[in-house]
Unconditional design. Structure first.
Length: 160
């Protein structure tokens, strides 16, 4: 776990250094705190003079939450917060794209499904009934085919 914190801190500082170099400015580290407990919980945060900051806390690879902020090349403040747990990584930020709204037809379908849950027993009963009617249907079909074949035959002339 300590290696993870060390690597995360080094990677964060490398990103800060890369950002400073690519924009032609020098940023000073204003704050850097890292605390790892014996139970696996940890907390870290840092801030630089060019407006980059980050913070994170978590517990032994099971849970992490935090956020970071920086200024885009256009001068816009970008802020992102996140939660990482058994449900995956869930970021939130105003700059992130959002999906289009769900069409009304889909919402209506979902509501219908919610109000009419699938009844497995009823479906099984219906399937059994269909299987029971199948022999009768096949018998009717055979009778129909016999009648149809008889109708199609040309009339035979009888000689007296």
């Amino acid at each position: 776990m300590n290696k993870f914190i060390l690597i995360a801190t080094i990677a964060s500082l490398a990103c800060v250094a890369h950002g400073a170099i690519s924009h032609g400015t020098h940023a000073e580290t204003l704050k850097h705190n890292s605390h790892v407990n014996e139970d696996g919980s940890y907390k870290l945060d840092y801030a630089t003079s060019n407006g980059i900051s980050a913070q994170e806390e978590g517990f032994g690879g099971h849970h992490a939450s935090g956020g970071f902020s920086y200024y885009s090349p256009e001068g816009e403040l970008i802020q992102l917060s996140y939660l990482a747990d058994e449900n995956g990584f869930n970021p939130q930020g105003n700059h992130l794209p959002t999906p289009p709204p769900i069409p009304p037809q889909i919402l209506k379908s979902l509501e219908y499904i919610r109000l009419h849950p699938y009844d497995e027993e009823a479906a099984h009963r219906q399937q059994l009934q269909q299987q029971q009617h199948r022999p009768q249907q096949q018998a009717h079909l055979k009778q129909f085919q016999n009648v149809a074949a008889h109708i199609r035959r040309p009339a035979q002339r009888r000689h007296f």
